[in-house]
Design a protein around this ligand. Structure first.
Ligand code: ATP
Length: 299
């Protein structure tokens, strides 16, 4: 970034929203590490705020971060629960600090309640804009000059991908990570309103309790494990659907979201050709986003 564009983007922030598994973290690193240097990323996934369970909560690895600084990722003790109001105050300090160092902040994560709390001009901690049968009105007055990117993937395609992702997370050690957490008393000491809500903890609790008494090779245990895995997949798909509903709600209230359609890249990812995925991702997701963010920074 030259000094003129650096000056122009002062007090601006880029926000990457979207349902779980839609590629927000990858896009943010692609943008921050290549096109919009210097930038830093602030996590806005409410479960990834906490230390521990890195596979279960699907945190981006150090290698995948490609040297881009990440804030509020695995930063908070798991006995604690960060409220949206606290997140507003914590994350806004990072936004101001990143801007004061003449860098571009990227706010990235799927927790719409946290994004709402951070971005609205006036935040009422008692309001429930996404919950209940008659939710409170959504405010569209934001306190930063934001470029809002919305990663969209058609839900049937995303659901297929999420199911595959759960299998991959299990292959990478999610069961062992949760088993160790369970055996070291983590299930009891974790804050039930914080990390304790991570998908995987309640679903596997019954299985771990049972395999303490019986052999995990047992038929009953195997069935229990398969049921738990199916529940994890179903709950992850439900989460994605709820998150999309919340994003629609923000959009209907006037939030100016730029929709990035990543469906084709995800369809390709469900196939075999890695080269094809990378090509579609670059052309349809990265290039489109770069153009939108560039225009925003030049305004
Ligand atoms: P809500 O008000 O429903 O909690 P939210 O916008 O604050 O919504 P979401 O990101 O939609 O937050 O998360 C809702 C729930 O989804 C979490 O409480 C948790 O059960 C699950 N969840 C979200 N992110 C993760 C994650 N990274 N790993 C595991 N579970 C997650």
């Amino acid at each position: 970034m030259d000094s003129t564009s650096a000056r122009r983007h002062l007090s601006k922030a880029v926000v990457i929203m979207g349902p779980t598994g839609s590629g927000k973290s990858k896009l943010s690193v692609d943008l921050a590490s290549t096109f919009f240097k210097p930038s830093e990323i602030i996590n806005s996934d409410k479960i990834q705020l906490y230390k521990g369970l890195d596979i279960t909560t699907n945190k981006i690895t150090l290698h995948q971060q490609k040297g881009v600084t990440h804030h509020l990722l695995g930063a908070i003790d798991s006995s604690y629960c960060v409220t949206p109001f606290e997140f507003r105050s914590l994350a806004s300090r990072y936004v101001s600090d990143i801007i004061s160092r003449r860098k571009l902040p990227f706010i990235v994560g799927g927790s719409n309640s946290l994004i709402y709390a951070l971005l609205t001009k006036r935040f009422d901690p008692d309001s429930e804009v996404f919950d209940g049968s008659r939710p409170d009105p959504v405010s569209s007055e934001l306190r930063y000059n934001c470029c809002l990117l919305y990663m969209d993937v058609s839900l049937p395609v995303l659901n297929q991908y999420l199911s595959k992702r759960v299998d991959e997370m299990l292959d990478s050690g999610m069961l062992e990570e949760l088993q160790e957490f369970y055996e070291s008393g983590g299930f009891d000491s974790v804050n039930p309103n914080g990390l304790g809500q991570a998908i995987g903890i309640p679903e596997l609790n019954k299985y771990f309790r049972c395999t303490k008494k019986i052999n995990s090779e047992d038929d009953v245990a195997r069935r229990m494990y398969e049921e738990a895995v199916q529940q994890i997949k179903d709950n992850t798909c439900q989460l994605a659907k709820r998150q999309v509903w919340k994003i629609q709600r923000l959009r209907e209230a006037g939030w100016d979201l730029h929709r990035i359609d990543a469906t084709e890249a995800f369809k390709a990812a469900l196939g075999r050709s890695k080269a094809r995925v990378a090509d579609i991702w670059e052309r349809q997701v990265v290039e489109t986003s770069v153009k939108i963010v560039r225009e925003f920074l030049e305004e």
